[in-house]
Design a protein around this ligand. Structure first.
Ligand SMILES: [Zn+2]
Length: 456
């Protein structure tokens, strides 16, 4: 039993690892969950996901969601199947993104006969989650019994991403969710927090810095032009949420300003196409530059040469289109999806190019390609890799090590403690040490399943 005056945080999962965010905050007889994400490792869905939650799901009052990435929302259907019947709260775009993402995950998991996944990811459970869902605008306050107050600030990570601020007994606790690599091409910068008492923060890139963000668009331009001059095919494995829309936005500007020549560009991912439609609806959440372009009447994600190919038959036809051309397809780490077919077709050709724009985790095909492997196996066939390999790391959606410290520095005066989570152990420990050394802050990296008391 938690003392009425104090709050208890349990790091149910998402501590000591990047994925599976799930934190429990208890106090005054109330139980709040922050995020309910899928644990992902070498496999899209780790077996650990199907262990029972370490709390009684039916006793949770409210589930708060920070953003629509699957490692923050992916276990909501499981929570429902274990009896959750509370409220779910997020920003408006996060709700809509979640609906698309859960339907897609259900589709992937329906092929898996283990664990009764198709029952957990049933249409009924997803519908039930949506019926419990309420939304808040950034800055709008939600008051709950016993003086709890909740609100979101823009995290600038993906469309709708929010840092959750909780005020209780005159103190502020912030759950950062994932923090954007501001300035982003599309989104506003991460809002400043300068009055937090406690913080539970991400550390995906806690021990590394990105290449300069200003160079990313220039690099993209050069890669597209080189591929065009070689009359090659440029394949881009990409994440469907945010990265695809950022790339379309950048290519839109390069093509429409005639910086790169027009050529066929295929968006070959049904999930990306659906999510791009969600982005189109919520232009009011973009940054000022993107809003100004919309105001001129330009469609941000549509330009001469772009073709969406939602149907399998249309996807197969891409092969017949003569190069130069560009193909954008999922998944981002080449561990499934239509990109595999394109990799099989184009990796053997020395005139073609594969462009990696995101993190490739160990054990994935994308990581093997990134590491320069000369022969890979795709759908049980040996495929030689002769295509050019290009990489742009500046499109990362996460703040790097230096920017995480700069973010915390703004509230260093009021902070009593920082819990560093959502990072590999090495990354989390490194960030803790850096926060202690440079800002003199009490920072710890809790272990999976550990609890901490916040005293009032
Ligand atoms: Zn995220």
């Amino acid at each position: 039993m938690v003392d009425d005056k104090n709050l208890k945080i349990t790091f149910c999962s998402g501590a000591g690892t990047v994925t599976g965010a799930n934190f429990l905050l208890e106090g005054y007889g109330k139980k709040f969950l922050i995020d309910c994400g899928l644990i992902q490792g070498e496999k899209f869905v780790d077996d650990l996901n199907w262990d029972k939650f370490p709390y009684d799901s039916s006793s949770i009052d409210i589930l708060f969601i920070t953003h629509g990435h699957i490692d923050h929302i992916g276990r909501i259907p499981k929570l429902i199947s274990e009896g959750f019947n509370g409220r779910i709260i997020s920003t408006i775009p996060t709700k809509e993104i979640t609906e698309v993402m859960l339907a897609d995950t259900a589709h992937i998991l329906s092929r898996d006969k283990e664990y009764g996944l198709s029952e957990i990811y049933s249409e009924e459970n997803i519908k039930k989650a949506m019926s419990l869902w309420e939304t808040l605008e950034y800055g709008q306050k939600l008051n709950v019994d016993h003086g709890f107050q909740f609100s979101y600030k823009d995290a600038g990570h993906i469309l709708g991403s929010g840092m959750l601020e909780i005020i209780y007994n005159g103190k502020k606790i912030v759950f950062t969710g994932d923090l954007g690599n501001s300035p982003s091409p599309l989104l506003p910068d991460t809002e400043i927090i300068d009055d937090a008492d406690y913080m539970v923060m991400e550390s995906c890139y806690g021990d590394r810095n990105h290449e300069k963000r200003e160079e990313r668009k220039k690099k993209l331009e050069e890669i597209i032009i080189e591929n065009f001059n070689r009359k090659g095919t440029l394949i881009i494995p990409t994440f469907s949420l945010e990265r695809t829309q950022e790339l379309l936005y950048e290519i839109n500007s390069l093509v429409e300003n005639k910086i790169v020549p027009e050529m066929p560009i295929f968006l070959d991912s049904p999930l990306s196409i659906k999510l791009t439609d969600v982005y189109l609806k919520y232009g009011k959440y973009f940054n000022e530059t993107a809003k100004k372009i919309i105001a001129t009447g330009d469609k941000l994600f549509d330009f001469p040469g772009l073709k969406e190919t939602p149907e399998t038959e249309e996807s197969k036809e891409i092969l017949k289109v003569p190069p130069p051309k560009i193909i954008i397809a999922g998944s981002g780490m080449s561990n499934g999806g239509r990109i595999l077919h394109h990799e099989k077709n184009y990796l053997p050709n020395k005139n073609d190019t594969i462009l990696l724009t995101g993190y490739q985790s160990i054990g994935t095909l994308g990581r093997l390609i990134q590491d320069g492997t000369k022969k890979v196996h795709i759908m049980r066939e040996e495929v030689p890799v002769r295509a050019h390999l290009a990489m742009i790391s500046g499109y990362s959606g996460h703040k790097d090590s230096d920017h995480l410290v700069l973010f915390v520095e703004k509230t260093a005066k009021t902070l009593k403690k920082v819990f560093v989570v959502m990072g590999e152990p090495k990354s989390a420990m490194f960030l803790c040490q850096k926060l202690r050394d440079t800002l003199g802050i009490n920072a710890i990296a809790p272990n999976h399943g550990e609890s901490a008391t916040i005293e009032f």
